[in-house]
Design a binder for this molecule. Structure first.
Ligand code: NAG
Ligand code: NAG
Length: 255
């Protein structure tokens, strides 16, 4: 009897040890989580974004990954003989290869990153979809398409989550928009790209990248259609852009 009890205890202990291990492994993948009161903070890339010394700033743009749950999500629109051997992991491998071969300075994901009908957990899909970007340690950003919000997160939650992922420089919305000024959508922000470190343009923003939320779907006069960029977003874009033009004029006059 005692021997059986000891064995069961040993058995239970090993199960608990395994669960604890699993919990730690899973928590490691999360962005900000508390695990024995330890918080793992988001990893940030070297900022600001900068042109290379050869004058290039290479952007890898990735759209329509339509990521689901990884290995278990089959490819669409492939020949029937390819179906069995094609999953989201092909997208992952392709993205890894593109990053390795092209060595971009920045990655821009421009919507339909994940696909509602293929996923039961938006957070898990986002972690998998942007996995290669996070592994690369390169700065990256994303906006949403019309399919991203179709599973367990709305557009605001998605952008907030994306902004907290490792090496992401995405923002939910510009921090400087005042309380009285409303901006439509989630995922409106701009990023400045500076001159190469050590050059005479090291402290100058040479390129401004605007990201705008073009919405998902809308019903206009009873007709289902896609969303669009709204006046409030254009006002913000013009204001930021004009601010930069003034600054550029001053800059070129004083030089
Ligand atoms: C998907 O990846 C597997 C494994 O590398 C490969 O055998 C298959 O041909 C790929 N499918 C497509 C459609 O590219
Ligand atoms: C850029 O700013 C840094 C810190 O203020 C300064 O030390 C450096 O001289 C500046 N470089 C140029 C090219 O203006």
């Amino acid at each position: 009897m005692a021997a059986i009890l000891k064995l069961s205890l040993l058995y239970l202990t090993s199960i608990f040890a395994f669960l604890h291990f699993l919990h730690n492994q899973i928590s490691q993948q999360l962005l900000i989580t508390h695990d024995n009161h330890k918080v793992r903070l988001k990893k940030n890339p070297d900022l600001p974004l900068r042109f290379r010394h050869d004058g290039a700033f290479k952007i890898l743009q990735v759209a329509d990954m339509h990521y689901g749950m990884g290995m278990i999500t089959r490819c669409r629109d492939v020949m029937s003989c390819e179906f069995e051997f094609c999953s989201d992991l092909n997208t992952t491998r392709f993205l890894r290869r593109m990053i390795e071969d092209e060595k971009p300075n920045f990655i821009a994901f421009t919507g339909d990153n994940i696909f509602g009908t293929s996923t039961t957990d938006a957070a898990e899909s986002l972690i998998k979809a942007f996995g290669p970007a996070m592994e690369s340690g390169l700065p990256w950003a994303a906006v949403l398409g019309n399919h991203d919000q179709e599973s367990t997160m709305n557009r605001e939650e998605l952008m907030y989550f994306i902004s907290l992922m490792d090496y992401s420089v995405a923002q939910t919305n510009p921090a400087k928009v005042s309380m009285t000024e409303n901006i439509d959508g989630f995922g409106n922000y701009d990023l400045n790209v500076y001159g190469p470190l050590g050059s005479h343009l090291a402290n100058s923003s040479l390129l401004n990248l605007f990201f705008l939320d073009s919405g998902d779907r809308e019903i206009v006069q009873g007709v289902r259609t896609y969303g669009w960029i709204k006046e409030s977003q254009l006002r913000w874009l013009h204001r930021v852009s004009e601010g930069l033009q003034v600054w550029k004029t001053e800059f070129s006059c004083s030089n």
